[in-house]
Design a protein around this ligand. Structure first.
Ligand SMILES: Nc1nc2c(ncn2[C@@H]2O[C@H](COP(=O)(O)OP(=O)(O)OP(=O)(O)O)[C@@H](O)[C@H]2O)c(=O)[nH]1
Ligand SMILES: [Mg+2]
Length: 278
């Protein structure tokens, strides 16, 4: 992912032809930074002294990242409620399991809600993770109302005073308005019992700029509090993290780096920026 260390090497070595700068801009676009940011970075680098390019570019990149808190919410006095949402196949259920594992390592108790009621396999997938991670999973009938599962689970979370309730929802296309409205319904039903603390949008890093479109459309339907960027292991194009934060202002809270429950990291802006130049 260390795109910046390589792309400025010719410039540092004293060459700076139009072709060199075009090559740099192309490399930035290829990293999924987006055309606008790529062009801006080239302008910043052109204006900088050769030995100060890294500092100047880093300062801009830093200013584009979200300033919002990247820690997952936590309430000491009631269950913290988390909805996991996103387009089909982005890694919602796997990320739900990874989040459970992350929270259990911090000695937090967790209850899961299988609010993807569209497919029996979806419920089974979450139940399998529940067994593996030793957490209870609240389910409902297949093709039943996902909001009803969410309601039952929230009531249970409150009664049992667990630290976290995580609601895994069905994948939905951001362009299907009825499905997007359903998310609002799930949210309202949870709120009859407890406030919703986090709505985490799961975005597949390998879908590139399309992830930004997804994020914007989900933001229009339900208030997103954070992002989980998955499949970062399958993409050398680390620019998407920056592009999505710059375009949405929503902080990335976690990244997924594989299929296992432990392949999950809290996102660090500092670590990310260092990685770009390493
Ligand atoms: N390499 C890699 N694979 C991942 C990651 N996260 C999820 N996957 C894989 O992506 C596929 C889809 O993951 P799911 O968690 O089922 O995705 P989902 O969003 O719940 O899917 P739907 O519920 O059908 O919308 C599975 O094969 C996962 O193992 C990741 O960070 N890296
Ligand atoms: Mg799923």
């Amino acid at each position: 992912m260390a795109i910046f260390s390589k792309i400025f090497s010719k410039i540092r070595a004293g060459s700076s032809s139009t072709g060199d700068w075009e090559e740099i801009e192309e490399a930035l676009i290829a990293s999924d930074l987006g055309a606008k940011s790529a062009a801006e970075i080239v302008e910043i680098a052109k204006k900088s002294k050769v030995d100060q390019i890294d500092e100047a570019v880093t300062a801009s990149l830093q200013s584009w990242l979200s300033k919002n808190n990247r820690e997952i919410a936590f309430n000491a006095d009631r269950p913290t409620t988390v909805m996991i949402v996103g387009v089909n196949g982005t890694g919602k259920t796997t990320s739900t399991a990874k989040l459970v594992s992350h929270l259990k390592r911090a000695n937090k108790s967790v209850l899961l809600a299988a609010a993807d009621t569209f497919r029996a396999a979806a419920v089974e997938q979450l139940q399998t993770w529940g067994e593996r991670l030793a957490v209870e999973v609240i389910t409902g009938p297949v093709n039943g109302d996902p909001a009803s599962v969410a309601f039952d689970a929230t009531t249970r979370a409150k009664n049992d005073a667990v630290n976290y309730l995580i609601i895994d929802t069905a994948g939905r296309l951001h362009t299907k308005s009825d499905l997007m409205d359903e998310l609002g319904k799930i949210r309202r039903v949870v709120e009859k019992v407890l406030p919703v603390d986090e709505v985490l949008l799961v975005v597949d890093a390998t879908t590139g700029q399309n992830g930004i479109i997804q994020a914007k459309m989900f933001m229009d339907s339900v208030a997103i509090t954070g992002l989980i960027l998955t499949k970062m292991d399958g993409s050398a194009k680390g620019g998407i993290a920056l592009a999505i934060e710059r375009e949405t202002g929503v902080p990335i809270k976690f990244i997924g780096t594989g299929e296992g429950a432990e392949d999950f990291e809290s996102f660090s802006a500092e670590g990310y920026l260092n990685g770009l130049f390493r």
